[in-house]
Design a protein around this ligand. Structure first.
Ligand SMILES: Nc1nc2c(ncn2[C@@H]2O[C@H](COP(=O)(O)OP(=O)(O)O)[C@@H](O)[C@H]2O)c(=O)[nH]1
Ligand SMILES: [Mg+2]
Length: 225
């Protein structure tokens, strides 16, 4: 995503929305954010919540391993043929922003192998607050930060926090243990983001991913409208 990213929603991005045969391709949603904030846990929970209604596939990006893909496989959130790992071998943001070819190939392979798909989730390898996706790779993006990373993170800004289509502040269950002020995090995030949505989640509670799943459903409704 670039700083001039439009917030009209994925329906506004229609340049290559069709497959070569004219049918609509899957909506592609990127998940970025610092290492350990809960991106893989969010992807897993989204798959469990949405897989009965939607045809879903996942691309993971790890620097040197297939760790995230293997976690998703071990937990059987989707059949193995719906999960592809990209080993970035370098700064993870390079593979989702600068040279997106390996990721584009992965999403196109998935569409071909198991499509038609409704939704492809692309998880970034995750590094810092500056990692965002190219609009050539995803139609919308989610930035995941967490309460344990410090309650000043929303205030520090950066393109992920300020411009992602959805900001997720995860691990709210840990707030009492790390002394994070959730109200302050929500206020600071709103101040950075204007009208853009922010949700607070705890993936340790039942249907903790609910607000993110609702947002994904709304994006899909706009995409297929
Ligand atoms: N307490 C708590 N732990 C969480 C939550 N979400 C994820 N985790 C844990 O945080 C760790 C990192 O999560 P992961 O999804 O691998 O982070 P990623 O690096 O962003 O993909 C794992 O041990 C998860 O089980 C949450 O809402 N609450
Ligand atoms: Mg991960």
């Amino acid at each position: 995503m670039h700083l001039d990213h439009s917030h009209e929603g994925p329906a506004a991005v229609s340049a290559d929305a069709a497959r070569p045969d004219g049918t609509r391709r899957a909506l592609r949603i990127g998940l970025g954010g610092p290492v350990g904030s809960g991106k893989t846990a969010t992807v897993a929970a989204l798959c469990r919540t949405l897989r009965d209604q939607l045809s879903i596939a996942v691309v993971t990006n790890d620097i040197y391993t297939r760790e995230d893909a293997e976690f998703l496989l071990r937990n059987a959130v989707l059949p193995p043929e719906r999960i592809q790992a990209v080993e970035t071998g370098a700064c993870p943001h390079t593979a989702i922003r600068d040279d997106i070819s390996a990721n584009l190939e992965a999403v196109e392979d998935l569409e071909e192998a198991v499509g038609p798909l409704d939704l492809i989730l692309v998880e970034s390898g995750g590094d810092n607050l500056t990692a965002t996706f190219s609009k050539g790779l995803v139609d919308a993006q989610v930035f995941v930060i967490d309460v344990a990373g410090g309650d000043d993170i929303p205030r520090k800004g950066g393109p992920g926090v300020t411009t992602a289509d959805l900001l997720v502040i995860n691990k709210t269950d840990l707030a009492p243990y790390v002394g994070s002020d959730l109200g302050r995090m929500a206020r600071d995030a709103a101040e950075q983001r204007g009208e853009l949505p922010v949700v607070l989640t705890s993936l340790k509670s039942a249907d903790g991913v609910g607000p993110v799943a609702d947002w994904v459903r709304a994006q899909l409704a706009a995409w297929t409208a």
